[in-house]
Ligand binder design. Structure first.
Ligand SMILES: NC(=O)c1ccc[n+]([C@@H]2O[C@H](COP(=O)([O-])OP(=O)(O)OC[C@H]3O[C@@H](n4cnc5c(N)ncnc54)[C@H](O)[C@@H]3O)[C@@H](O)[C@H]2O)c1
Length: 253
């Protein structure tokens, strides 16, 4: 078991990726602190994760928005008390809130811009500030963020690409600030079977599937495998890295 004795905080734990990561980490021996803005999704994930916990491991869950400092702080404080000092921080919350995934820049509303920046960055800002001091004090920590290959540039997603480029940059800068005991790395996924894929039309799905080198969408468990690698000591000589988990797909530029 690769996370025996460790405690991991997973944000967006009710989503497809967050729940797969929580379950996988539980199977690997971790105690977990799970949070999500949706109580229903969080409860479903808690039930799955609880069933996977190993002996002696603990689980604490709390509904809240990572964008709100007090709510993020409450999760960290209560979670630490109930499940132990945080060794691993998985910043999973992100995406585009608008029902329309792709929006040309010239018609993009200021509201969408602000929401996308906040959803992808603000939670990371709060949680890293709340969790990293303890990691630095205990001289151990793994922080894993989620960007997207869209950070390399994509039509109709100027907001999302810019926000994820900022997540990637934040990862690299924090890796420098927190070295040598706390590592900060980032997954850069695409075309994983989640709500993002469900929001595409059949034609868009076909086009994206064809764009991947592996000619298929990724399973959420495949993100969990990459997450486990970055969260465990298997990645002990890596920091500041942006690791694609995207079936080989890469944007046009
Ligand atoms: N699906 C993909 O192929 C893909 C590709 C690249 C990057 N990503 C990134 O992966 C991450 C997870 O993607 P997903 O498809 O599983 O997302 P999702 O939107 O399906 O799930 C995210 C979860 O976060 C929760 N959430 C939303 N706002 C929150 C808030 N303010 N506070 C707490 N919880 C909140 C939601 O309730 C949901 O359960 C995102 O950062 C996304 O940008 C996904």
């Amino acid at each position: 078991m690769r996370l025996k004795g460790k405690t991991a905080l997973v944000t967006g734990a009710g989503g497809p990726m967050g729940s797969a990561i929580a379950k996988r980490f539980a199977q690997e021996g971790a105690s977990l602190i799970l949070t999500d803005i949706s109580q229903r999704r969080l409860q479903e994930s808690v039930a799955e994760t609880e069933a996977a916990l190993t002996e002696g491991a603990r689980l604490y869950s709390e509904r809240g928005s990572v964008l709100v400092r007090e709510e993020a702080a409450s999760v960290v404080e209560n979670g630490t008390r109930e499940a132990g000092e945080i060794d691993i921080l998985m910043n999973i919350v992100g995406g585009v809130r608008s029902a329309q995934l792709f929006e040309p820049f010239l018609t993009m509303s200021e509201q969408r811009w602000d929401e996308t920046m906040a959803l992808n960055l603000k939670g990371n800002f709060h949680l890293v500030q709340l969790v990293a001091p303890g990691m630095l004090e205990r001289k151990y920590g793994r922080i894993v963020n989620i960007a997207s290959i869209i950070f390399a540039g994509a039509e109709g997603q100027v907001d999302y690409g810019a926000a994820k480029a900022a997540v990637a940059s934040m990862t690299r800068s924090l890796a420098l600030e927190f070295a040598p005991h706390v590592t900060v790395n980032c997954m850069s996924p695409a075309t994983i079977k989640t709500s993002v894929i469900e929001r595409l039309s059949e034609e868009e799905k076909r086009q994206w599937r064809e764009k991947t080198v592996l000619k298929r969408f990724g399973e959420r468990e495949e993100i969990a495998s990459a997450a486990l690698f970055l969260a465990s000591d298997d990645s002990s000589y890596m920091t500041g890295e942006i690791m694609s988990v995207a079936g080989g797909v890469w944007p046009a530029l």
